[in-house]
Ligand binder design. Structure first.
Ligand code: FES
Length: 153
């Protein structure tokens, strides 16, 4: 186990799953992606710090807000390694998330404002539909069919 930590400071993956509501398989997945880093006991069992509950909660909330795992990983690089993040650390991180959420809100508001012209129309015209092809973005990528729904990470 790590230096100053006692067994009481460390949680099993089951403890973390119960505290966060995340599935054990999801916690392992986040570990594989490097988003959380449990310590290992002398017997090579995975143990989590109490602060990992907050890290995991952050990941779950950020995913719910629509952030990709890559975005979350990038943001979490701003958290300290090897110590419990302070309130100040979390405030700094939340500022980044806030900016991202505000961008999302602005995009949704633009979509809502364009919606009025589309309700009852249904043409989905590449030339004139501001919902289907806002600012003719599809046209910028070249001629022919350009609409691909990318799988989420
Ligand atoms: S559906 Fe016709 S303009 Fe959008």
């Amino acid at each position: 186990m790590t230096g100053k930590l006692s067994a009481r400071d460390l949680l099993t993956i089951g403890d973390v799953a119960r505290r966060t509501g995340a599935a054990v398989s999801a916690i392992r997945f986040y570990e594989e992606k490097g988003l959380i880093e449990p310590v290992r006991t002398r017997g090579n069992q995975r143990r989590f710090l109490r602060s990992d509950i907050r890290r995991l909660s952050f990941i779950l909330i950020a995913q719910r807000l629509g952030l990709s795992l890559e975005e979350i990983a990038l943001i979490m690089k701003g958290l300290p390694h090897g110590r419990t993040p302070t309130a100040r650390d979390w405030r700094r991180i939340s500022t980044t998330i806030r900016a991202r959420v505000e961008d999302q809100i602005a995009e949704l508001e633009r979509t809502r404002d364009r919606l009025d012209g589309c309700i009852g129309c249904g043409c989905l015209s590449l030339d004139k539909c501001a919902i289907y092809n806002p600012d003719d973005r599809l046209g910028e990528s070249g001629p022919g069919p350009r609409q691909i729904v990318a799988p989420k990470a």
